[in-house]
Design a protein around this ligand. Structure first.
Ligand SMILES: [Fe+2]
Ligand SMILES: [Fe+2]
Length: 184
């Protein structure tokens, strides 16, 4: 069902645009990390890129179909630098979402009683917290010229929850079963 209220609709469009850009930006930064000799940091960018696509897909579905134009504020770095700097851009973007964007969007959706948008914003807000922490860990390594140590990264395809090395029995954010997690 399409979203009913204009304000929540605007926020869904904005979040869809922002997540779409984050998805692409992380793929580009993954290429840079590979070239710099950080294959595991590259894998982290690719895994989290997939999580942002999950968020974009959730928001896109909740918009529910319209043909209007939407202006999307980027709220993030454009361009490529060294991986350590790209990771700072990633951390800044994730923290912006965790501290400002999604709390505001989620509260607007609650106020307007938009259940679908609430779910979509809640999933993204909680998942972005995991991303911010993982990017900080990666930046600590990159600052010392090291790659991160990693067996695998698992991403929940329902909410974007991201975790290293082993998927939980159930996603702590959305409850999805372990076998649904996507491995990178
Ligand atoms: Fe994220
Ligand atoms: Fe999940």
């Amino acid at each position: 069902m399409a979203v009913k209220n204009a304000m929540t609709s605007d926020f869904l469009h904005s979040a869809y645009g922002g997540e779409s850009m984050a998805h692409m930006r992380y793929l580009i930064w993954a290429d840079m990390a590979k070239k710099e000799g950080f294959p595991n940091i590259a894998r982290l960018f690719e895994a989290i890129s997939f999580a942002e696509r999950v968020h974009a897909g959730n928001h896109f579905r909740e918009i529910g179909g319209d043909t209007a134009d939407a202006t999307v504020p980027a709220g993030a770095v454009f361009g490529v630098g060294k991986t350590v700097d790209n990771l700072q851009g990633a951390i800044n973007g994730e923290l912006h979402e965790v501290e400002q964007m999604y709390p505001v969007y989620l509260n607007a959706a609650k106020f307007q009683e938009e259940a679908g948008a609430q779910r979509s914003f809640h999933f993204a807000l909680e998942a972005e917290k995991t991303h911010a922490a993982l990017f900080k860990m990666a930046q600590d390594a990159a600052r010392q010229g090291k790659d991160i140590e990693l067996e695998a990264i698992y991403v929940c395809p329902v909410c974007g929850h991201t975790i290293l090395n082993q998927a939980p029995d159930n996603c702590p954010i959305c409850g999805a079963k372990k076998e649904f997690y996507v491995k990178f």
